[in-house]
Write a protein that binds this ligand. Structure first.
Ligand code: HEC
Ligand code: HEC
Length: 329
């Protein structure tokens, strides 16, 4: 869908005028045999750009060939989670949760965080979530699993939390795993809790999540345009995630914050990804999502890196393989 309307057209009256103009244009272009442009509502999130490698040389493995995975396979395998739980009708991509039980809460307790995680899973099971279903690009590419990673991602919120649920499996798995992120909005800065939801309950994790989740929840990037069940929903949830408040990761006592070395200072990235930027700083530990996001043309947004910038990024990433090289004797 192309966005025909400039984003300033907020008011319904302005929108109607623009819509009439667009319809006139559509008739006119149809008469000329030109394909009319689809008009997106002014508040519709821009569609997620398709994942196409730009051949930067940053990937460590060739882009994965997914051609034998058809749309039909994807729909069928996604539905093994329970067909009634996915493809749900929606108007808001984020499910509204009831207000928090404690008024004026300042800092959720660990039990409250866990309760939100368990509740999100229960809502999903009952078919009360609005999940986006896709094959995720970042987990599928490179050496992570090297096969399609099927995701169902649902968002929930009230005044004190943003809760995310990820229900995930690889193409060859039969069972689904559950993960959650809870953002405690009552803390400054916002604090993000990560957990795997095991049969015994949520288990807080940090180290195994930090290498990809450098800024908190990760915006949606499907591996292929047809490997997503509801593209407008994916775009809407992705925008909600991309515009999240700046936050910090909660490190449980058994997983204290690691030594991540210096944050990336390359201007092309650090003007947004830094302590005082829109997104969190990037470290060499984040090399996997960095390689994928830049190679597939998502980062930086709205432009491509110049060859000398790619070379600079590559050199910085490669020092990762020998982190102690400059560490002295
Ligand atoms: C290999 C990189 C990687 C690792 C490691 C990883 N994630 Fe994610 N995660 C992602 C990506 C990418 C998405 C968005 C997927 C998509 O585009 O469909 C995501 C999505 C999620 C979501 C849904 C909300 C959101 O962020 O979009 C949750 C919840 C989540 N991950 C939890 C976790 C937890 C908990 C851990 C650690 C136990 C973890 N993840 C480790 C890459 C990763
Ligand atoms: C204009 C601001 C801006 C610049 C410049 C920018 N990014 Fe981002 N980056 C974002 C936003 C916003 C997101 C979340 C939206 C998305 O993932 O599409 C993001 C997401 C990411 C992610 C996924 C993890 C996360 O923070 O959600 C990685 C990795 C990333 N960027 C790497 C880079 C690298 C490497 C560069 C430099 C080559 C760069 N970015 C330049 C704004 C920026």
């Amino acid at each position: 869908m192309k966005r025909l309307l400039p984003s300033g057209l907020g008011s319904p009256a302005k929108f109607r005028v623009a819509l009439r103009g667009a319809l006139g244009l559509a008739m006119w272009t149809a008469a000329l045999g030109i394909r009319p442009v689809t008009v997106a509502a002014a508040d519709t999130a821009a569609p997620i750009a398709p994942a196409i490698s730009t051949g930067t040389g940053l990937l460590l493995e060739p882009p994965l060939d997914l051609s034998k995975f058809t749309r039909e396979w994807f729909e069928k395998d996604s539905a093994t989670v329970g067909a009634h739980r996915i493809r749900r009708p929606w108007t808001n991509p984020v499910v509204a949760l009831p207000p928090h039980s404690r008024a004026d809460v300042r800092g959720l307790t660990l039990d409250e965080v866990k309760a939100y995680m368990v509740d999100a899973k229960a809502r999903f099971e009952r078919g009360e979530a609005i999940p986006v279903s896709d094959v995720g690009l970042v987990s599928t590419q490179e050496d992570v699993v090297r096969q399609p990673m099927l995701n169902h991602i649902a968002g929930f919120s009230n005044d004190v939390v943003r809760v995310y649920l990820l229900v995930q499996k690889t193409a060859t798995d039969t069972g689904w795993s559950h993960f959650s992120i809870v953002q405690d909005l009552t803390r400054k800065p916002v604090l993000d809790y990560y957990a795997e939801l095991k049969s015994t309950g949520p288990k807080f994790e940090a180290h195994s999540c930090h290498k990809c989740h450098s800024s908190g929840p990760f915006a949606i990037h499907p591996a292929r345009e047809d490997l997503v069940l509801d593209a407008p929903l994916a775009a809407a949830l992705s925008r909600h995630i991309a515009e999240q408040p700046r936050s910090e990761m909660y490190f449980p006592p058994d997983q204290p914050r690691g030594e991540y070395g210096p944050a990336m200072s390359m201007k092309a990235c650090a003007r947004c990804h830094s302590e005082d930027g829109d997104r969190g700083p990037l470290y060499r530990e984040n090399s996997h999502p960095i390689r994928v996001m830049v190679d597939f043309g998502y980062m930086p947004p709205n432009r491509r890196l110049k060859p000398d910038e790619v070379a600079e990024l590559k050199a910085w990433l490669e020092t990762e393989e020998r982190p102690r090289a400059n560490a002295g004797p």
